[in-house]
Design a protein around this ligand. Sequence first.
Ligand SMILES: Cc1cc2nc3c(=O)[nH]c(=O)nc-3n(C[C@H](O)[C@H](O)[C@H](O)COP(=O)(O)O)c2cc1C
Length: 204
Amino acid sequence: MKVIAFNGSPHNYGVIQKALSLMASALEKEGIETGIVQAGEDIRGCIDCRKCKELGKCVFDDDLVNRAAEMTAGADGIIIGSPVYYGGIAGNFKCFLDRLFFSGLRLDFKPASALVSCRRSGGINVFHQLNNYFNLAGAVITPSIYWGVVHGNSPEELAEDKEGIFIAENAARNMAWLIKALALGKKEIPLPAATARPRTNFIR
Ligand SMILES: Cc1cc2nc3c(=O)[nH]c(=O)nc-3n(C[C@H](O)[C@H](O)[C@H](O)COP(=O)(O)O)c2cc1C
């Protein structure tokens, strides 16, 4: 059993990396292998060319996005972590997520967890923004005891946010349980059958 975690910070030595590594340790204690992938570096945004609808993957094949889709398909759970930039998802990571999900990534009944870091505020907005991707992709959003936001401008400051760390590690433990429970449950209870979706655009 495996979880893939995407670090949406532009660097791999900051708060999100540290918080994800704590989540990875908590998952590994529960027997779930966890890989952290750097996904916040220079990544171009979605250009709405709709080629992905023909190709089944993003037309830009020269960066992480299509490989990330393959990694996620092979994983039992997914974590996405972003720092807050001006009250929103960090820019490069937003580009990554838009292309990853718009090009068709499905997470049906796969446990998913969002993690945000900030110095002071904007965390809850970004937590909801990250969960928007999971909601549309059919993921099972992992519960914790509070919104997944940790505080700090550095890993040293993060270490002082004991409650934030607890919330993140608790989400990881819950994800491990969900992965195991879903694997057992799927043996007994088939997933709901997919039904045709009506699609309506509201044009006035
Ligand atoms: C461009 C930029 C914008 C930021 N905007 C916010 C903000 O709106 N609110 C906040 O609390 N922190 C803000 N921060 C601070 C980061 O969110 C914070 O240091 C975060 O924990 C960094 O995570 P990282 O070390 O993994 O990159 C901003 C930092 C940068 C570089």
